[in-house]
Write a protein that binds this ligand. Structure first.
Ligand SMILES: NC(=O)C1=CN([C@@H]2O[C@H](COP(=O)(O)OP(=O)(O)OC[C@H]3O[C@@H](n4cnc5c(N)ncnc54)[C@H](OP(=O)(O)O)[C@@H]3O)[C@@H](O)[C@H]2O)C=CC1
Ligand SMILES: N[C@@H](CCC(=O)N[C@@H](CSC=O)C(=O)NCC(=O)O)C(=O)O
Ligand SMILES: [Zn+2]
Ligand SMILES: [Zn+2]
Length: 373
């Protein structure tokens, strides 16, 4: 296996445009997989890290974590995937052996998590070089490169029938929102509010509908999001900026006879997280934090909100175990149980990856998919 020279979008420092340039991608180590990335989505978490808001952010870096591609080569200890497999990299690994994997209580495998957070492979080194300099990995995926190297625990083979320009979105945004909603045990017949109608929030709306929620209130500051929300099953749409005489949580409690059974924060704004918690029904309402808040931000509420039975919790990658569950979610997409196509609203070639980040903030964009080929 030799070094591959290809194109990658490199972030040299926080807050600056990515630069597309030649990068050297080293061969995979014994427990690693090198893959050709065909498509990558651009998630809000990439923007957050590239803007310097991630306490784990390291530069220079190849960002991107919502990809789909094909295995190019594998290390000697890799048995789960083989050359030619269509794969999705997993920022939430699944080793099936660590305490977390074996607990049956969480999808948060810790096998590679600490090195992943440091931007390096499990052996503490990197597989990217540009202009003679080491370049960090991001979230164990680094899909903004035409080739990338991931741990064998951080990749799963999926059906070759799934178009990769759509399947990539199952590598983060759609799975995150859909999983977070569908994994709530008592969502059937419930009243739900989803704050933030981006890719994650829209997928949570879809999940709430699939789970049988009877009232699904979508909340976004951009009115252009109403049609997307209703198309996916929202029964109501509220722009919180249009609620004048009271807070959004007071309004929600009023119109739902005491509050929501479930609320989901899909914004990353800590003020919104508080509203989402306080909009929950006394005694049993549960608020699930999905959004990622900037470094240094903290959540607060009156403890009385929890004393009186509201539950505050969080969800990463929708609670989905990547190796065990993602191939089935891809099949759900192929079997039309799960809509993915309508989330792919914008496309860009790699040369225009910076514009993909601008697309994100127009009300008409759910996901921009970058063609890496
Ligand atoms: N826990 C996990 O596993 C994951 C977490 N995330 C996080 O989830 C969040 C959503 O991600 P994604 O869908 O990609 O992001 P998007 O930026 O696509 O969507 C966020 C939406 O929330 C809207 N919004 C912003 N402020 C408010 C507000 N005060 N009230 C209501 N709506 C608001 C935004 O509007 P506008 O664009 O006009 O600002 C936008 O429509 C991010 O924080 C991301 O980092 C993402 C993936 C996985
Ligand atoms: N590094 C950040 C936290 C970032 C974060 O919470 N990431 C989410 C996924 S966001 C995907 O788009 C996640 O899975 N978190 C669990 C984890 O183990 O990272 C920080 O330090 O605050
Ligand atoms: Zn993401
Ligand atoms: Zn594990």
């Amino acid at each position: 296996m030799s070094i591959i020279t290809c194109k990658a979008a490199i972030a040299w420092e926080a807050g600056k445009d990515l630069v597309v340039e030649d990068i050297q991608v080293l061969p995979p180590g014994p427990e690693e997989v090198r893959l050709k990335v065909d498509y990558t989505g651009v998630c809000h978490t990439d923007a957050y890290m590239l803007n310097g808001h991630d306490s784990e952010g390291k530069f220079p870096v190849v960002a991107g974590h919502e990809g789909a591609g094909v295995v190019e080569s594998v290390g000697s200890q890799v048995t789960d995937v083989k050359v030619g497999d269509h794969v999705i990299p997993l920022y939430t690994a699944e080793c099936k052996e660590c305490k977390f994997c074996k607990s049956g209580k969480t999808n948060l495998c810790q096998r590679v998590r600490s090195t992943q957070g440091q931007g390096v492979m499990p052996d503490g080194t990197v597989r990217f070089k540009c202009r003679g300099q080491d370049i960090y990995h991001f979230m164990g995926c680094s899909t903004f490169s035409q080739y990338t190297v991931v741990s064998k625990h951080s990749v799963v083979a999926v059906s070759k029938e799934a178009p990769k320009e759509k399947a990539c979105l199952l590598g983060c945004g759609i799975t995150t929102g859909y999983g977070a909603a569908t994994k709530q045990q008592h969502i059937k017949g419930s009243q739900v509010a989803i704050f933030g109608v981006g890719c994650v929030g829209l997928a949570a709306i879809q999940g709430a509908k699939a789970g049988g929620a009877t009232r699904i209130i979508a909340i976004d500051t951009n009115n252009k999001k109403e049609s997307f929300a209703k198309q996916h099953g929202a029964t109501d749409f509220i722009n919180p900026l249009e609620i004048k005489d009271k807070s959004i949580q007071e309004h929600l409690v009023e119109i739902t006879d005491g509050g929501l059974d479930y609320t989901f924060d899909c914004t990353g704004n800590v003020g919104v997280m508080r509203s989402a918690l306080e909009a929950c029904h006394k005694g049993w309402g549960e608020s699930i934090i999905i959004g990622v808040a900037p470094a240094g931000k903290e959540i607060s509420t009156r403890p009385f909100q929890l004393v009186t039975g509201r539950v505050w919790k969080g969800s990463a990658f929708g609670g989905v175990k990547g190796k065990s569950e993602l191939p089935g979610i891809v099949l759900d997409y192929l079997n039309k149980k799960l809509d993915v196509d309508s989330f792919h609203t914008h496309s860009r070639p790699l040369a225009e990856i910076n514009e993909a980040f601008h697309d994100m903030h127009g009300g008409d964009c759910i996901r921009c998919v970058v063609d890496m080929k």
